[in-house]
Design a protein around this ligand. Structure first.
Ligand code: HEM
Ligand code: FPP
Length: 301
């Protein structure tokens, strides 16, 4: 039977107690997902309200952080077996069940209150739905099926939808195109990760795509994700509020990812190194997407 210390440095700490609690909210994921919500609000809000923007920023960050704490608690056994996650406080046993529960509840309740008081009911409801999908549905599915990636894709694509819905007059086309962009982006992002980290996932018996379908098939899914990203970028220009410059920048990002994805289909390419390149590119692309959304309104002046 699996024990929490197997494969992980149970006795070692990643730093101070505060450091462990910061780590427990997955700062990279919390910050980047919050950024997509905030950027989508700037893109969609006419007129812009600073109070709503700050409420969305804080409320979304707290709700995502809460979901990450729950996920880290449930995942503590598998996290202890993966080199990338073995240092986490819940995996090492330094953050127990009660502390996780209190921490997640405090973050979640505060986040929901901030969203309800400072944004719109639709944005707050989107936050609750995303919390349930990530903290409960994805987290339970991750251990059992490779389709978990597609389930996790939905909450990952909902923060920009919350951003649009926090605007005074949200445009459905913006919400739909941004949702599609994020879904496609995550296909590229996570299927590349599943290849790059496949040994880690194998050690923890997590059935990610690269293990369940094989590396060759997963590479094709990465390529498909890049194609859909291009279509969604064009859709944001054709049906949503993106101007020609914003659309062109996103299309260039899509073409770069497509080119890299296509290069990786060759048999002689080192799959792990290629997947790491793709992963790195997704991080640059999400930054560019946020910048395009923030600067996009300038094109409409
Ligand atoms: C199905 C959805 C997703 C899954 C399964 C997923 C999974 C992961 C994993 C496993 C890593 C660590 C990769 C490594 O170090 O090799 C990672 C990193 C990262 N992900 Fe995702 N991700 C998803 C969605 C998202 C979304 C929606 C965003 C942002 C909008 C995001 C942003 C990041 C960032 C910034 C990192 C690097 C920083 C960090 O490791 O914390 N991810 N993701
Ligand atoms: C408003 C709200 C709550 C939105 C949710 C946004 C969110 C946290 C998206 C991330 C999606 C995701 C599946 C991440 C990977 O988790 P993982 O458990 O596979 O990552 P790990 O292996 O690093 O623990």
């Amino acid at each position: 039977m699996a024990t929490r210390s197997a494969g992980g440095p149970r006795a070692s700490s990643s730093g101070s107690r505060l450091g462990l609690y910061i780590d427990a909210i997955k700062p990279g994921i919390t910050v980047s997902n919050t950024a997509t919500a905030a950027a989508a609000y700037v893109f969609a809000a006419q007129p812009f309200s600073l109070a709503t923007f700050l409420g969305l920023l804080l409320g979304t960050a707290l709700v995502i952080a809460s979901a990450c704490v729950v996920n880290n608690h449930v995942d503590r056994d598998i996290d202890a077996k993966m080199a990338r996650t073995a240092h986490r406080g819940q995996a090492t046993g330094q953050i127990g069940a009660t502390a996780s529960f209190v921490y997640a509840a405090a973050l979640g309740v505060l986040g929901l209150l901030v969203l309800l008081l400072l944004t719109t009911p639709a944005a707050a409801i989107t936050g609750v739905v995303a919390w349930l999908l990530y903290a409960v549905v994805y987290t339970l599915a991750k251990h059992r099926t490779p389709h978990a990636a597609l389930i996790g894709n939905v909450p990952g694509a909902l923060p920009p939808v919350a951003g649009v819905l926090a605007a005074p007059t949200p445009r459905p086309a913006d919400a739909i195109a941004l949702f599609a962009l994020l879904v496609a982006w995550q296909v590229v992002h996570f299927y590349a990760i599943s290849i790059r980290r496949r040994d880690d996932y194998a050690a923890a018996d997590v059935p990610v795509a690269a293990l369940a379908y094989g590396v060759t098939h997963t590479k094709r899914l990465v390529l498909a994700g890049a194609v859909v990203f291009l279509l969604a970028a064009l859709g944001l220009g054709a049906f949503g509020s993106a101007g020609p410059v914003a659309t062109a920048v996103l299309a260039i990002c899509a073409l770069v990812m497509l080119f890299t994805a296509a290069r990786g289909q060759r048999k002689d390419v080192d799959a792990t190194a290629w997947a790491s390149d793709v992963f790195g590119q997704t991080l640059v692309v999400i930054l560019v997407l946020c910048a395009v959304l923030v600067l996009g309104p300038l094109e409409r002046l």
